[in-house]
Design a protein around this ligand. Structure first.
Ligand SMILES: [Zn+2]
Length: 181
């Protein structure tokens, strides 16, 4: 049985026993908040639990490192959609310790890519006009990363006036939250 088969079999049973009922929620976030955080798999359940959030309470936007570095990139677009179209009223940017993006350099990632793909792909990337050395970087300081992501949101010309934007750091082992400073 493949993983996909297992998922589909599980899902059939999940629906049959109406296991979805405890997760019933309105389509707008009850706590009117938007969270931007890392895709780290340890945060799937821990982060909402550690913040007292249940299904339907918050909009959750996830990406590698929870980095918001492009004011017109997809993460910022998602934040704006949450604030203008989904009734959210505050933004929480939450980085975490022991993040895979901490210390990651584009040079390392490009070297890892080179081990698995044909060299010709880099010519295609160049044709697309993408500078991998700029695009694939992680960050070198967690608090600097969170603060700079917060600044991208706070300084965005399209941010609704008076929207609170907070920067936090979570420990993926204990769920402990601290303010980024
Ligand atoms: Zn991470």
């Amino acid at each position: 049985m493949t993983q996909m088969d297992e998922i589909l079999a599980f899902n059939k049973a999940f629906i049959e026993r109406k296991a979805y009922l405890p997760y019933k929620a309105p389509s707008r976030p009850v706590k009117k908040m938007t969270i931007v955080t890392c895709m780290d798999c340890r945060l799937i359940e821990l982060l909402p639990q550690a913040m007292g959030l249940k299904n339907g309470d918050a909009i959750m936007i996830k990406c590698a490192g929870g980095i918001i570095d492009d004011p017109y990139g997809n993460t910022m677009k998602s934040i704006l959609v949450s604030l203008y179209e989904l009734e959210s009223e505050a933004v929480y940017v939450i980085g975490h310790s022991d993040c895979g993006m901490h210390g990651l350099t584009a040079d390392k990632m490009i070297a890892d890519i080179e081990k698995r793909v044909n060299d010709s792909v880099f010519a295609r990337v160049a044709e697309d006009g993408k500078d991998l050395h700029q695009w694939l970087n992680g960050f070198q300081s967690l608090s600097d990363q969170v603060n700079s992501s917060v600044a991208v949101v706070k300084n965005h010309p399209l941010l609704p006036p008076n929207t609170p934007v907070y920067g936090l750091i979570i420990d993926p082992a204990t769920g402990a939250l601290t303010l980024a400073d």
